[in-house]
Design a protein around this ligand. Sequence first.
Ligand SMILES: [Zn+2]
Length: 120
Amino acid sequence: MAHARESAPGECCGLLFGDGEVVDRLVRGRNVHAMPETRYEIDPAQLREAIAGTDDTDRYLVGIYHSHPRTEPKPSDFDIANARWPAQVYVLTSLRSEPPEVFAYRITDGKAPKIPIVET
Ligand SMILES: [Zn+2]
């Protein structure tokens, strides 16, 4: 959330690591997309490093997060078309309201059903 605020008006993005569906580590990503105000692309080198860096632990990449500074926290057509990361869960936060909304989605076959977020 802090990352989303610092990155506005651009979108922020990052990686969520954990075990199964429990996230316990967040790695901030660099948004390298040419239009960071409405789209995101995590620096591919950073993504590879982050994934390689988890080899010696029992942590896995379980999700990707990014922010929508001005629009609803729902995957855009671009987000759905580009959901090719080796991750299960896409977390989206929107700064259009206070406190920011946060939702999680699974993106498969062009569909993005919302899934519940459970805070532990
Ligand atoms: Zn998006």
